[in-house]
Design a protein around this ligand. Structure first.
Ligand SMILES: NC(=O)c1ccc[n+]([C@@H]2O[C@H](COP(=O)([O-])OP(=O)(O)OC[C@H]3O[C@@H](n4cnc5c(N)ncnc54)[C@H](OP(=O)(O)O)[C@@H]3O)[C@@H](O)[C@H]2O)c1
Length: 320
């Protein structure tokens, strides 16, 4: 089967299309003939080498979520799964391929009316948006800032915050055109990447949901209202400055709090329940998924170049 691996970390030019043996599902796993493959921000983070310390090696097969039809099942899995269309989380590896394996706990049947492309745009990121707001104890009427809102976590977070009755939903983004698209999804105020602009924007925020991290993170900590909550869910802008914690300590009179969140810490069945309800909402048109572009699998490196160039809005989807 065709698959895309990392020959060399760094530039997308270090990605390579290779022939690999079709994977065999182990006990408790299924094999899926992929029809749509999500290109996530986490793939770019791994490919750039930002997560190199976590032990990724040359030859790493990228990709963490796919949709497709179950082609075979491993020992202990009900054979009636065979032939069903599913969404699947493959872990931090294995998705950029014509065939992928996933644990039975990490697959969900696709509801009628939901395309594979929509499913891989929402499946992994939607739960991060949901729990990010949940962990921030977001309540109706509060002001929310989504930092890095133009990615698939952000576009869902903006909709959930607006739909949840936020007093204001501000976003950071890199252009007025992207800001206009975010307004269509529910954003009320558009700020630049440094938080500038938006003269009528709230002076402070009760909740900041941050996909970006990076050197500017402390600027956004300073935008929290008293008792404000900051939830860091991503690092697409790289790691924050090592001493950013001092900013928190210095702000102690405002009782602000900072937390990280990873969906890995949510029990699987809870995560799947949220995902299932989001899939149903998307199938019924109550939640919008944003597919930036659909490309053939062998153009995965080009998709990563587009992500690095900052031209992607929502998510790129690969098809085998
Ligand atoms: N917490 C979890 O459980 C979890 C799960 C999955 C993934 N993740 C993490 O979430 C991140 C990916 O999320 P995603 O796919 O939604 O993001 P994404 O699409 O890669 O990026 C979101 C937006 O951030 C902005 N951005 C990119 N680089 C930036 C920079 N250097 N400075 C400021 N803004 C920048 C861009 O928008 P503009 O150009 O409009 O500014 C971009 O569209 C990764 O860090 C991944 O590890 C976390």
């Amino acid at each position: 089967m065709k698959a895309v691996v990392i020959r060399e970390f760094g530039s997308p030019d270090g990605m390579e299309v290779v022939d690999l043996p079709v994977p065999v599902p182990a006990r408790g796993q299924v094999r899926i003939a992929t029809e749509a493959i999500g290109v996530g921000g986490v793939d770019a983070v791994i490919r750039r080498g930002t997560l190199a310390a976590q032990g990724f090696r040359a030859g790493h097969l990228l990709g963490s979520e796919v949709a497709g039809r179950v082609a075979s099942v491993g020992e202990g899995v009900d054979p009636s799964w065979t032939g069903q269309r599913v969404w699947a989380f493959t872990g931090l590896s294995g998705g950029y391929a014509e065939q992928a394996v996933a644990a039975i706990e990490d697959i969900l049947p696709l509801p009628g009316g939901l395309t594979g492309a929509a499913a891989v745009t929402l499946g992994g990121s939607g739960v991060v948006a949901h729990y990010g707001l949940d962990r921030a104890r977001f309540a109706p009427g509060e002001t929310v800032l989504v930092r890095g809102a133009a990615g698939s976590i952000g576009v869902t977070a903006v909709q959930l915050a607006a739909g949840g009755g936020a007093g204001a939903v501000a976003v950071t983004t890199s252009s007025a055109e992207r800001g206009a698209r975010l307004r269509e999804l529910g954003a009320s105020h558009v700020l630049g990447r440094s938080g500038q602009g938006g003269p009528d924007a709230p002076a402070g925020f009760d909740v900041v949901l941050d996909v970006v991290g990076g050197p500017r993170l402390p600027l956004f900590l300073d935008m929290l209202n008293p008792n404000g909550r900051y939830v860091a869910v991503g690092v697409v802008g790289g790691p924050p400055p090592a001493d950013f914690g001092m900013r928190l300590i210095e702000a102690f009179r405002r009782s602000v709090s900072f937390t990280t969140f990873s969906s890995d810490t949510v029990p699987g069945p809870e995560r799947q329940a949220v995902r299932m309800s989001q899939f149903a909402a998307a199938a019924q048109g109550r939640l919008r998924t944003v597919v930036h572009e659909v490309r053939p699998l062998h153009q995965a490196a080009q998709a990563h170049h587009d992500m690095d160039a900052g031209t992607v809005f929502g998510r790129v989807v690969l098809v085998p």
